[in-house]
Design a protein around this ligand. Structure first.
Ligand SMILES: C[S@@+](CC[C@H](N)C(=O)[O-])C[C@H]1O[C@@H](n2cnc3c(N)ncnc32)[C@H](O)[C@@H]1O
Length: 254
């Protein structure tokens, strides 16, 4: 009998265990791997040397891509340090649709003195084929009444973008989660739900499946639960797996 994988987080190395996910069964991959910045995830996964980090990145990408359906998409969080090499690698296999800049809204307080302070993450948005699923209406940004009125010239009357809102641009200004934020969990690089929700609703159909190879605090699983999508994921650290269970229980109101 096939191993259960839907709505499951495997406490294991994604490269070793990805076989639990059937080929071409996933609508969307959201990957937020270690960035090679030396962060402490309770393991050495973020402490590789640059050449080893690139080799490891290529091997996990090779491992997860066969799970993607023809209509599937792939979002990958990185920083400017390694995104050029890794995005080039993926472009040999998938179509690159966007490079999204996540502006973390870092306040100006001094910062680097020999370079410009880095305040963004880089997100590659890829699709397997031109027939990729994309529900723009689910992520439109409604205009406030004043802006709507200002744009309501006769020739725009009834325009969908005016009525339902504009489509998000490739610059996403969303504050990072502060220690005191109500959403914040005990994980050093937890991503805001506002970002993951947009990816899930735009790029996975209702009832579809999202794969997150690096679950961390489980933001992708929580977003899927909130939006009626299935998830499957992997996480090396057992304490984070327990945290994900707890977050999912809270999300379900138990
Ligand atoms: C950047 S964090 C993910 C954060 C997550 N997006 C969130 O919102 O909480 C990366 C996570 O990947 C896990 N990890 C690293 N290498 C892994 C591997 N080979 N397989 C599974 N998980 C891994 C780390 O323990 C860490 O929690």
């Amino acid at each position: 009998m096939a191993e259960r994988y839907l709505d499951t987080i495997f406490n294991d190395d994604v490269i070793k265990r990805i076989g639990a996910v059937p080929g071409e069964s996933v609508d969307l991959i959201i990957a937020d791997p270690p960035y090679c910045l030396g962060k402490d995830y309770g393991n050495d996964s973020d402490k590789l040397r640059p050449a080893d980090y690139l080799a490891w990145s290529y091997s996990w990408i090779d491992a997860v891509l066969p799970t993607l359906k023809d209509s599937g998409s792939f979002y990958l969080f990185l920083t400017w340090q390694y995104s050029p090499e890794i995005f080039s690698y993926i472009k040999k296999r998938l179509l690159m649709i966007n490079e999204i800049i996540w502006d973390r809204r870092v306040p100006s307080m001094g910062g680097s003195v020999r370079s410009y302070s880095s305040v963004h993450d880089t997100i590659g948005f890829f699709a397997k084929t031109r027939r990729y699923y994309f529900d723009l209406d689910s992520v439109r940004i409604p205009y406030d009444p004043d802006t709507k009125k200002a744009r309501a010239r006769a020739r725009f009357a009834g325009a969908k973008w005016l009525e339902l809102g504009c489509n998000p641009k490739d610059l996403w200004s969303v504050p990072r989660l502060h220690r005191q934020d109500a959403e914040r969990e005990a994980h050093p690089t937890q991503k805001p739900l506002k970002i993951i929700d947009r990816m899930v609703t735009a790029s996975c159909p209702p009832g579809g499946v999202v794969l997150d190879p690096f679950m961390g605090s489980g933001t992708t699983a929580v977003s899927c639960r909130r939006h009626g999508r299935h998830y499957v994921g992997f996480e090396l650290n057992s304490a984070y797996c327990a945290l994900i269970d707890e977050r999912l229980r809270r999300a379900a109101g138990c």
